[in-house]
Design a binder for this molecule. Structure first.
Ligand code: UD1
Length: 432
């Protein structure tokens, strides 16, 4: 299927944007890419060993390119051995410092600190700044490293963690942070003795990291539950590992089927990783069919309004909140969306309102009164998931929608215009 040829307004050609002519039902099959949020910690895990690691199903998205750059800056060599397949060799890594220029592009770069201090006894990583969806502190990452005996110094915008050899410890997390769970796991696997993480994040990406670390020789129990126990080892080998499919990307296309009243099968989608979303889609009136290696969602009627509250896994994922809100703007009835993970994750609200959505938001709560039709408009992407919610709204809206600042989208969605085009959408990327 070719990407839709562009007959958009002349203004569309002036800057890089995604242009959508709405009103076409998505129909067909799309293959889920590897999960960006799983691939990132898996790449940082390579810092733990001087043996090569082979990572398969690596998504080709900007955050992965940023991470590759960062690892190479530290001295790693990375070979592309096939489509979506990398061999990462960190045997020559000597530099234990992740510079601001790279960390500022992506908060997840902070995941370098755990492996660096664990393997080299010292790591220095630029402190991540604020981001569009809230202040997102790193206090739990640091508390975890301190529990393992590291000394933390903060100077000139950098965080340094130092320890001769980390010692296993007991770490109770205030709330189940995905990044802090992963960073502490990445450190504890080479610590001396036993580490216990309580109130750990249970996300599938944490489970995938534990699976790869186990292949490297780590001794980890309980990943996927709220208590993770790790018996440290002296050294780790490489891994050969395939990244799990991206549940957030898959969920986005499934919501795309519902919002356009089409039918989409996402190959690779794992129903158990998406259970809360699938329940909500069924409650909204969509049909959901799950197979061993795919999920299909179809809809022929207007969605019913369904309330959601974001929560740590297995609750409704915050990374699908904006997409759900897009669906609710066209629902029959009034839906309440409560964002409980991030303090400022409603930046899509004013943009959806520009397309005719009726949303009243205050603090972390939004009430959406569904309307019969959205109307296409130029809108601004503000973060990764907010921008894709605008794409979904544009697919269902009348006329043209132009989503500006698509670099947000490119951080986490691989070839989105091609994938949507293959499902019948009229969507094009307009280069500068
Ligand atoms: C990861 C995901 C992101 C997702 C989020 C929640 C990656 C690369 N990103 O982000 O897509 O939206 O999980 O599912 O995997 N917090 C603290 N102190 C800390 C760490 C976190 O207070 O030290 C707070 C955060 O501000 C937030 C909450 O904990 O309010 C959850 O954040 P966390 O799970 O850590 O998110 P990330 O790992 O950054």
């Amino acid at each position: 299927m070719t990407v839709w040829s562009l007959h958009a307004p002349r203004s569309a050609r002036l800057v890089d944007k995604i242009v959508i002519q709405g009103g076409v039902a998505l129909e067909g099959t799309v293959v889920a890419s590897g999960a960006k949020n799983a691939a990132l910690p898996l790449l940082f895990a390579c810092l733990l060993t001087d043996k090569p690691c082979r990572l398969r199903r690596v998504p080709d998205v900007a955050d992965i390119r940023t991470t590759r750059n960062l690892l190479q800056t530290l001295g790693a060599t990375i070979e592309e051995v096939g489509p979506h397949e990398l061999i990462i060799d960190c045997s020559q890594v000597v530099e234990a410092e992740a510079p601001y220029e790279l960390v500022r592009k992506m908060r997840a770069s902070f995941l370098a600190l755990g492996p660096l201090v664990a393997r080299f006894g010292r790591g220095r990583v630029s402190k991540p700044g604020g981001c569009a969806i809230g202040t997102r502190p790193i206090d739990m990452h640091l508390a975890g490293f301190e529990r393992l005996g590291a000394k933390i110094n903060e100077t000139h915008g950098y965080i340094e963690a130092v320890s001769k050899r980390l010692q296993g410890g007991h770490f109770i997390m205030e709330m189940p942070s995905v990044g802090a769970t992963e960073n502490v796991m990445l450190a504890a696997v080479l610590a001396e003795g036993r580490t216990r993480i309580e109130n750990a994040a249970r996300e599938p990406e944490v489970v995938d990291l534990a699976a790869a670390l186990s292949k490297m020789g780590a001794n980890i129990q309980g990943a996927g539950s709220s208590i993770i126990e790790i018996e440290g080892v002296d050294s780790l080998g490489g891994y050969d590992h395939e990244v799990i499919p991206d549940r957030i990307e898959a969920g986005t296309y499934l919501i795309g089927a519902a919002i356009t009243r089409g039918q989409v099968r996402v190959e690779g989608a794992r129903a158990h990783d998406l259970s809360m979303l699938l329940e909500c889609l069924e409650a909204a009136g969509a049909t959901v069919e799950t197979q061993a290696d795919s999920v299909t969602v179809g809809s022929t009627a207007r969605a019913r309004a369904v309330d959601i509250v974001t929560a740590p896994h297995p609750g409704f994922p915050t990374d699908l909140q904006a997409q759900w809100m897009a669906l609710m703007t066209l629902a029959d009835g009034r839906a309440r969306v409560a964002e409980r993970i991030f303090e400022n994750r409603f930046m899509h609200v004013p943009e959806l309102a520009r397309m005719g959505a009726h949303i009243v938001s205050s603090g972390g709560e939004a009430v959406i009164t569904g309307c019969e039709q959205l109307s296409g408009a130029p809108v601004m992407a503000t973060d990764l998931r907010a921008s894709v919610s605008l794409v979904l709204a544009g697919l269902a809206a009348s006329g043209y929608t132009e989503v500006l600042r698509v670099y947000h989208l490119d951080r986490g969605y691989e070839r989105i215009e091609e994938k949507l085009g293959a499902l019948g959408a009229r969507v094009a990327r307009v280069p500068v």
